[in-house]
Ligand binder design. Structure first.
Ligand SMILES: [Zn+2]
Ligand SMILES: [Zn+2]
Length: 255
């Protein structure tokens, strides 16, 4: 399997794109989240109409905003245009897409949204088992301000777990069990009270999850502009003794 970071920046694309990750098997390429910056990076790789599916963890702007131009006429009419399957959280996903479309809709009476025209919109939740090509996906709900799902992706030989956004909780530890690569948010350095209040995780908590789950490697992400990168790595390494890295534009990993 392979992973490439298209965006990692939490909240705003200040030092790079916002969360978007390519996860690929031998024949299948998925996009996990589609934050600001993702579309241009997909374009540069010839993947705008080359993805097998897009899976959205939750409907916060930093994880979905590039779906808006992605679903626009210009991109839809590019050569090779097709309706890529788009998986969104059950209930909340279609509702946010409907409201987002309404802001820019030219025809207020249209029944289908731009997202319906561009994608095959499908809903999922924590109980879903998806088989996308050779990649099997399972999910766990995280503790976040909006319904949010962490994803476990496996090709049968190796496993990548993407924690999305969320405070420290048992479901992510269980989902991450034995993952070869664990991608976890490190929105905060060490202020656990602030992290819990905002439903996010500290770098130290990410390290603790990786250690308890027995993960092979840890990739810290969802970092904020001006963050002390060395500090994040140090905090995570206090409890996790495997390799730890920080996500950056173009970071890639392969088994
Ligand atoms: Zn976020
Ligand atoms: Zn969020």
């Amino acid at each position: 399997m392979r992973v490439e970071v298209l965006g990692f920046a939490g909240a705003a694309p200040l030092q790079g794109g916002c969360p978007s990750y390519l996860v690929g098997g031998e024949h299948t390429t998925l996009l996990l989240d589609c934050g600001p910056g993702a579309l241009e990076r997909l374009w540069a790789r010839g993947l705008v109409h080359g993805l097998d599916a897009i899976v959205i963890s939750h409907m916060h702007a930093d994880h979905v905003l590039d779906l808006l131009p992605y679903a626009g006429d210009v991109v839809r009419e590019l050569p090779g245009g097709r309706r890529t399957p788009l998986y969104v959280p059950r209930g909340d996903g279609p509702e946010v897409l409907r409201r987002l479309d309404a802001v820019f809709a030219r025809d207020p009476d249209a029944t289908a949204t731009r997202f319906d025209a561009a994608f095959e919109v499908r809903e999922y939740d924590a109980g879903e088992h998806l088989q996308l090509g050779e990649l099997a996906l399972t999910f766990a709900a995280t503790e976040h301000a909006q319904p949010c799902f962490a994803a476990r992706v496996s090709d049968g030989a190796s496993t990548v777990v993407y924690g999305a956004d969320g405070a420290l909780g048992e479901p992510i530890v269980e989902l991450a069990r034995g993952a070869d690569l664990l991608i976890l948010e490190a929105s905060f350095l060490d202020d656990e009270a602030a992290a819990r209040e905002h439903r996010h995780m500290t770098a130290g908590q990410a390290g603790a999850v990786a250690a308890r789950a027995g993960a092979g490697q840890l990739l810290l992400t969802h970092t904020f502009a001006g963050v002390n990168a060395d500090g994040l790595l140090e905090r995570a390494a206090l409890s996790f003794d495997g390799p730890v890295a920080i996500a950056h534009d173009g970071y890639s990993w392969q088994t």
